[in-house]
Design a protein. Structure first.
Length: 171
């Protein structure tokens, strides 16, 4: 639950209102989509062929109005989704939490500088990372040398088999 604390601290009334509006837009859009009469006819219905007729009990323009309302709901859905994402961004909140923990360090280093100093803290970690990279590079170099020796041996084997005289049975 501790990892959610920074995220929960960022929830404001604006986020709550956006979330409520998002839920209502979702429900309204589902209702509008379910009300619409299916056109039928597969792909031919999509291009104006056989399928949905104009025999609606309210009139021929109801389909056009429902389509327009569906498009408006979809645009509102996308807008609210983006707004909620921008309002609550876990990566940004995580970076804020990391910054606050780094700046609240109060212990001191041996030379009197604050341990919260990024340069002082990173110096030992940089040396450790450098030694790890150097060890990894040496292991990779040894692996490459072993691969080269294997390829050289294979090339010699191929050369000796190609230079060997072919024997034919003349029987």
């Amino acid at each position: 639950m501790q990892h959610l604390t920074p995220l929960l601290a960022e929830i404001t009334w604006g986020v709550v209102l956006l979330a409520i509006a998002f839920v209502f837009v979702c429900l309204f859009m589902m209702m509008i989509i379910l009300i619409q009469k299916p056109k039928g006819g597969g792909l031919s219905g999509a291009f104006g062929g056989a399928g949905g007729g104009e025999s609606s009990f309210v009139g021929a323009k109801v389909g056009d109005v429902l389509t327009l309302v569906t498009v408006i709901c979809f645009v509102a859905f996308l807008g609210l989704a983006m707004a909620l994402t921008w309002k609550i961004n876990p990566i940004e909140n995580e970076a804020k939490a990391d910054d606050s923990t780094t700046t609240t360090t109060t212990t001191t280093a041996g030379d009197g500088e604050a341990a919260g100093d990024p340069l002082a803290e990173d110096e030992s970690s940089v040396e450790g990372v450098a030694s790890e990279i150097e060890a990894e590079t040496q292991v990779q170099a040894q692996d490459v040398e072993a691969e080269i020796e294997t390829f050289e041996e294979a090339a010699e084997t191929v050369e000796t088999t190609e230079s060997a005289p072919e024997t034919t049975d003349a029987e």
